[in-house]
Design a protein around this ligand. Structure first.
Ligand SMILES: Cc1cc2nc3c(=O)[nH]c(=O)nc-3n(C[C@H](O)[C@H](O)[C@H](O)COP(=O)(O)OP(=O)(O)OC[C@H]3O[C@@H](n4cnc5c(N)ncnc54)[C@H](O)[C@@H]3O)c2cc1C
Length: 433
């Protein structure tokens, strides 16, 4: 796997044989030769009892957080993902956890690592940062004990498919911890945000994607960047930075345009942010948790009984609502993109969504296309900025694209209200002059 100009990892086929390429194709999460999310099912020895059209199989769904606010402050959301990973180790269920944390010795700022200390602050928080698990997975087969793997839906799916191919790996990876995913980000995402707050890519030493601010809702967080040789951090409010809105899809790899799994359906358990107004107001952050392996439930019930964590049960529909934007992108958005590519004579992977350019209103179709354009253009525009050392061209092009997107995103009702407000102002001005 090599990091290319677009700042994400790509497989170099080099002198791989046809047999090796076929085998890789059987584990690539976007290949038709790989098993689908439905056929892989949930990673559980006991069958989960229930099924939801958007969430896949599940045995229990709840929302919650670690009770200690000092802990959640150093986590992205409610801290339950890293807390649970640590519990797996402390209870002896696994010897180590494979997850993305701050890289000890480069080359990137974050990397996949094997740790016995997933609750340490350097192993926590979301890494919206392209990484590869190829090195750790090749190492884990030779280690003693069993391991949990933390990953995004496509990583978990690939690892599950790899376990089918390599029984020795299946003996090692026994718990799959999924992270809910809106879409993936190349490393240029972090570089572009850091540059906007004064730290250019070549001087970027450290990043923090989710800096919580106690006086703001959980959804309104900062991005932090540290310049090499400095001790102070630079901060910027994510939603005010170009690319900070996930709806704009900047630096999203093209493969995400063909994904239909938001919640890591093939994981033993998945963690995300409970993006519902009643939870978002709490700046500590709140997780949505989708459990598919009933044997994992007691970790939560036992800790809730002592007050170490707080959890409340959530309906499957409410859990899906926490990711409403993600499901729009991966369901009707996917239907439109599949139809667009087929109409252009391109081949598309088989998905659980059928191609349909009329899945949504014409305006929404234009919005979906504009988001795809924004993603594609962001890679090239930022690569040019990097090459010339000048961010302004990237910001200009991207802002123009975002303005077009925002025009499409504004509902008819909001446009009418804006027009009325404008007219009222005009009339008021006339009478006051
Ligand atoms: C690219 C990306 C997109 C996401 N999109 C969404 C979304 O649309 N909606 C949503 O609700 N949630 C999304 N998440 C998940 C969310 O950001 C939190 O990671 C999740 O809510 C867990 O929070 P926590 O406080 O419990 O985790 P913490 O206590 O902060 O622990 C995080 C755990 O995840 C591991 N980790 C972090 N990043 C990665 C990574 N890239 N690969 C593998 N392991 C990692 C850490 O090592 C740690 O074990 C996304 C995460 C990523 C990385």
């Amino acid at each position: 796997m090599t990091l290319g100009d677009l700042r994400m990892y790509r497989a170099e086929l080099g002198d791989a044989t046809q047999d090796q390429i076929r085998a890789a194709s059987r584990v690539c999460p976007f290949s038709d030769e790989a098993p689908s999310e439905d056929s892989l099912g949930a990673a559980s020895s006991e069958a989960p009892a229930q099924h939801h059209a958007l969430l896949g199989q599940y045995s229990a769904i709840f929302a919650g957080r670690v009770s200690d606010p000092g802990y959640t402050l150093a986590s992205s959301s409610g801290g339950l993902a890293s807390w649970f990973a640590q519990r797996l180790i402390d209870s002896g269920r696994v010897a180590g956890v494979i997850s993305v944390g701050h890289a000890d010795d480069g080359p990137g700022i974050y990397a996949y690592q094997i740790t016995a200390d997933p609750a340490s602050p350097t192993s926590r928080k979301s890494a919206y940062y392209a990484s590869t698990m190829s090195e750790v997975l090749s190492r884990v087969e030779n280690l003693d004990g069993q391991f949990a793997l933390v990953g995004l839906p496509c990583f978990i799916k690939a690892a599950r498919a790899l376990c089918v191919e390599r029984p020795a790996l299946a003996q090692k990876l026994t718990v799959f911890v999924g992270l809910v995913c809106g879409h993936y980000k190349t490393q240029a995402f972090a570089e572009s945000l850091a540059w906007q707050i004064g730290v250019p890519p070549q001087e970027l030493e450290d990043i923090d994607f989710r800096v919580k601010r106690p006086d703001r809702p959980a959804s309104d967080y900062d991005f932090g960047a540290k310049r090499a040789g400095e001790t102070d951090w630079h901060f910027g409010q994510v939603r005010s930075l170009v690319g900070g809105s996930w709806g704009h899809g900047l630096f999203q790899p093209e493969c995400c345009n063909f994904c239909d799994d938001v919640v890591a359906e093939t994981a033993s358990i998945s963690f995300g942010d409970a993006w519902l107004p009643r939870f978002t107001a709490n700046s500590n952050g709140t997780n949505v948790v989708i459990c598919r392996d009933p044997s994992l439930q007691s970790y939560f019930d036992d800790a809730a009984a002592t007050g170490e964590i707080g959890i409340e049960s959530l309906s499957a529909d409410d859990a899906a609502l926490t990711q409403a934007g993600g499901f729009r992108h991966r369901r009707e958005g996917l239907a439109v993109r599949l139809a667009d590519d087929l109409a252009a004579g391109l081949s598309v992977p088989q998905k659980r969504v059928s191609p349909d350019a009329s899945a949504v209103s014409k305006r929404r179709v234009r919005l979906i296309r504009q988001r795809r354009r924004l993603s594609a253009d962001s890679h090239a525009a930022f690569a040019a900025a990097r090459a010339t050392g000048d961010l302004s061209g990237y910001l200009r092009t991207t802002m123009a694209g975002i303005t077009r997107y925002q025009r499409l995103d504004t509902s008819l009702g909001r446009r009418i209200i804006r027009r009325l407000q404008y007219t009222v102002r005009l009339v008021a001005d006339r009478f006051s002059s």
